[in-house]
Design a protein around this ligand. Structure first.
Ligand code: FES
Ligand SMILES: [Fe+2]
Length: 359
C-alpha cells in the first residue's frame, strides 16, 4: 500500500458524464439542482427534449428557475430577460440592444437508462459513448420498479464512494440488517477492467442476512461492486445454498450513483434492477424499504459524522490509517485524482499555448 498518500486533488473531474436526475424528475416546468457547485435549471421542450442551463441570470444573477417557461424560452423573474435553449438572450424588455454578456451557459445533456446525464466540462468533449453503462436497468422496468430513488447527503461525494467501495463496513455498520458476524473476515479481490474498478467479495459458508429469502440459513453469498468514472457504482449481489452455482439474478443488481452538489453535499441516486410488475409490488416495496432504511438509518448518519469530523479537509492531508480493505476505494480515489490532474494539465497547456500565440 506504499505511495497511497498522494497530492491532494480538491475539485471535480469535469470532463465526464454525471447523473443530473432521474428522467422522470424533469418535466415541462423549471427544475433546479446544484451540481458540482454550479446551479443548473432543467426543463423539457415541447417535444420532450431535455435542456440544462446555468441557473443564474447574467444581469443581476437571479436564479432562472424562479422565472417562467414560455414556448421553450426561459424568462427571468427579476427584470424579464429571456433565454432560449442554447442560453442566448432572445428578448430584452428594456428595448435597448442585447449586451454580449447577456447569455447563460447551456450544458450538454443526454438521456439513457432512465437517467438524465450532464457534462459540465468542455462541451466539445461530451461524447455520449462515454456514458457509464447502466444497461442493467431494463427499458421497461415495470409499474413497481425500484429505481428512481434519491437521497440528499450532507457529506463529500468521495466519502460516499469510500463507503460503497469498501463493503467490509456492511458487517459492522449494518450488523443485524444487511450483515452479520459470519460475513466478517472475507478478503475482497480488486481488479480493473476497461477503466472500471471491481471489488469482489465472495463469502462462502456464511449465514444469509435478513433481506435474503434464505434468511438465517447456511449459504454462499457475494457482493461485487463496480465503479465507473466519475462516480457511478453497480452492485451485483446474491445468496445461494452452499455449493449451488452462484448465478447472478437480474433483480439482485443495485445502482448507486453519486453526483457532488457542493464540496460537502451529495446527490445519491439509487435503486435495483429487474422488472417489477404489479404482482411483484410487495417484493419491490420490501427491497426499497430495506435499502432506504440501511442508507437513512445506518450509512448516512455515519458518513455525515465522518464529513463533520474531517471538517472539509482532503482525506490524504489527514494521513489516514489504511487497511487492506481500503484497496478498492483508494484505487477509485487515485483514478479520480488522475482525471482531475489530467484536466488541469490540459488546461494549463492550453493557457501556455494561447500565451505563445499572443506573444
Ligand atoms: S436578474 Fe435577470 S433580468 Fe435582471
Ligand atoms: Fe452501507
Amino acid at each position: 500500500m506504499d505511495g497511497i498518500v498522494e497530492e491532494s486533488a480538491v475539485g471535480y473531474a469535469k470532463n465526464a458524464w454525471y447523473m443530473a436526475a432521474w428522467s422522470s424528475e424533469v418535466g415541462k416546468t423549471l427544475f433546479a439542482r446544484r451540481l458540482l457547485d454550479i446551479p443548473v435549471v432543467f426543463f423539457r421542450e415541447e417535444d420532450g427534449t431535455l435542456v440544462a442551463l446555468e441557473d443564474r441570470c447574467p444581469h443581476r444573477f437571479a436564479p432562472l428557475h424562479r422565472g417562467r417557461l414560455i414556448n421553450g424560452v426561459v424568462e427571468c423573474a427579476y427584470h424579464g430577460l429571456r433565454f432560449d435553449t442554447a442560453g442566448t438572450c432572445v428578448h430584452n424588455p428594456a428595448g435597448d440592444t442585447i449586451p454580449p454578456q447577456a447569455r447563460v451557459r447551456a450544458f450538454p445533456v443526454c438521456e439513457k437508462h432512465h437517467i438524465a446525464w450532464i457534462w459540465m466540462g468542455k462541451a466539445d468533449l461530451a461524447d455520449p459513448a462515454l456514458i457509464p453503462d447502466f444497461s442493467c436497468i431494463p427499458d421497461e422496468p415495470g409499474e413497481c420498479a425500484n429505481i428512481g430513488n434519491y437521497l440528499h447527503v450532507r457529506a463529500n461525494y468521495l466519502l460516499e464512494i469510500d463507503n460503497l467501495m469498501d463493503l467490509s463496513h456492511v458487517n459492522y455498520l449494518h450488523h443485524g440488517t444487511l450483515g452479520n458476524d459470519s460475513m466478517r473476515g472475507h478478503k475482497v479481490k480488486v481488479h480493473e477492467e476497461g477503466g472500471a474498478i471491481h471489488a469482489d467479495l465472495w463469502m462462502p459458508g456464511t449465514t444469509a442476512p435478513i433481506y435474503s429469502p434464505l434468511y438465517g440459513q447456511h449459504c454462499d453469498q457475494w457482493t461485487n461492486m463496480i465503479w465507473m468514472a466519475p462516480s457511478c457504482m453497480r452492485l451485483d449481489y446474491g445468496v445461494v445454498s452452499p455449493g449451488e452455482p452462484a448465478i447472478q439474478q437480474p433483480e439482485d443488481v443495485a445502482v448507486h450513483i453519486l453526483t457532488p452538489e457542493t464540496g460537502r453535499t451529495t446527490h445519491y441516486f439509487y435503486g435495483t434492477c429487474g422488472v417489477f410488475g404489479t404482482e411483484q409490488r410487495e417484493l419491490a416495496e420490501m427491497i426499497r424499504a430495506a435499502q432506504t432504511a440501511a442508507f437513512v438509518n445506518e450509512d448516512n448518519p455515519m458518513i455525515e459524522a465522518v464529513d463533520e469530523n474531517m471538517g472539509g479537509a482532503d482525506l490524504w492531508s489527514l494521513r489516514p490509517a489504511i487497511l487492506s480493505s481500503d484497496v478498492a476505494s483508494v484505487r477509485v480515489r487515485r483514478a479520480i485524482e488522475k482525471m482531475i490532474r489530467r484536466e488541469r494539465e490540459a488546461t494549463s497547456d492550453e493557457v501556455v499555448g494561447a500565451e505563445a500565440v499572443v506573444a
